[in-house]
Design a protein. Structure first.
Length: 58
């Protein structure tokens, strides 16, 4: 089991969904956002969920 601590600078060169090699712009976006390394196709599919839209009544 790999328990080594990883920093945000340790972004893979491939999309975490499909394994496509990332462009320099995609790598930069992952570094700046702190989100997983995704190709532009899969990054466009990510939809943030607001607290009031999460399906929890209040």
């Amino acid at each position: 089991m790999d328990l080594e601590e990883r920093t945000i600078e340790d972004v893979g060169e491939r999309c975490e969904v499909c394994g496509a090699k990332l462009t320099s712009a995609e790598l930069q976006a992952a570094l700046e956002s702190g989100e997983p390394a995704l190709c532009s196709i899969h990054a466009d599919e990510v939809v943030p969920i607001a607290d009031d839209e999460a399906g929890f009544g209040g």
